[in-house]
Design a protein around this ligand. Structure first.
Ligand code: FAD
Ligand code: FES
Length: 272
């Protein structure tokens, strides 16, 4: 078995909102501490169908005495996540990771802005946790814009309220927080933030990221986004997750979300 493939035991796998699950897994302490933005490929240990793991962001990490605990926040999207949702406490999962690169942090920036759509809250929450713990950023410097279609899809708020003071919740139908797109709420506040002194991080559906690219324009704000693509190997071997980005010369280049990403500069991403 490869060095970073582990068998973990499920400690908890609970439906916290309709279709949204929180899974806690115990792993050996040789599982490396993840950097924010990294993910794992997860599959059921010993089950041949589905054979391929599914990429899921690491939502939290805790080092205990002789093991580690990691949490995943996930949404049932299809067959693989449906199977994960059916797993009970004490089931075993195969966890390959941590994989991919991470968000770059800028401790000197005065404002940190997070923009999350739906389940995109998961990697950004680990980033907020990392900034509090390792960079000692005070919660008042962190501004979190969290959007979803309805109140039923707002997840991860309990952890966020312990990490950030300024949280704006937006839903498309106004069932929780303000009735607007999350990008619109950020656009209305944008004048509050000095581009030279602000780091923006985003994760969410493609439409949200495209809208954000339009709002931020040509590179005044440093904005990093975590992209989601369907994956097969998760380690850079199959090119199955390639996306078009601009390289340093401004030419089109194809990068693998799993190994070159999943974090990219928003200004470099070419949206279809
Ligand atoms: C780096 C990374 C981190 C991720 N983190 C999380 C996370 O923390 N929580 C979470 O719930 N999900 C996350 N995802 C998305 C998750 O991997 C997919 O929802 C999952 O693989 C779907 O598998 P499935 O077998 O359930 O669905 P499938 O049957 O494979 O697909 C069901 C439907 O979802 C679409 N789909 C599948 N994968 C993707 C994708 N990556 N992007 C957009 N559409 C897709 C398919 O086209 C299809 O319409 C992440 C993806 C990546 C690449
Ligand atoms: S999933 Fe194989 S290269 Fe990315």
């Amino acid at each position: 078995m490869a060095k970073n493939i582990f068998i973990g035991e499920i400690l908890r796998n609970e439906e916290i909102r309709p279709n949204y699950f929180l899974m806690k897994v115990q792993l050996p302490d040789s599982f490396d501490e993840p950097r924010p933005g990294q993910f794992v490929m997860i599959r059921i240990a010993g089950l041949s169908e589905p054979f391929l793991g599914r990429p899921i962001s690491i939502y939290s990490y805790s080092l205990r005495k002789s093991f580690v605990e990691i949490e995943f926040l996930y949404r049932i999207a299809g067959k693989g996540t449906q199977i994960l949702a059916g797993l009970i406490k004490s089931s075993q999962v195969e966890v390959h990771g941590p994989l991919g690169g991470s968000y770059e942090v800028f401790p000197e920036k005065e404002n940190i802005v997070f923009i999350a759509g739906g389940i995109g809250v998961a990697p950004l929450s680990l980033l907020a946790q990392y900034l509090c713990k390792n960079v000692c950023l005070v919660p008042s410097r962190m501004n979190f814009y969290l959007g979803a279609q309805t109140a039923k899809e707002i997840v991860g708020l309990d952890k966020l309220t312990r990490l950030c003071y300024n949280i704006q919740i937006c839903t498309d139908d106004g069932s929780q927080g303000r009735k607007s797109l999350v990008t619109q709420a950020f656009a209305e506040d944008i004048k509050k933030y000095d581009p030279a002194n602000t780091a923006v991080y985003a994760c969410g559906p493609k439409g949200m990221m495209k809208a954000l690219a339009g709002i931020l324009g040509k590179g005044k704000f440093a904005c990093q986004v975590s992209l989601e693509e369907r994956m097969a190997c998760g380690t850079g071997a199959c090119m199955g997750c390639a996306v078009a980005v601009k390289d340093k010369q401004g030419d089109v280049a194809y990068k693998r979300v799993c190994s070159d990403g999943p974090v990219f500069n928003l200004a470099d991403v070419i949206w279809e």
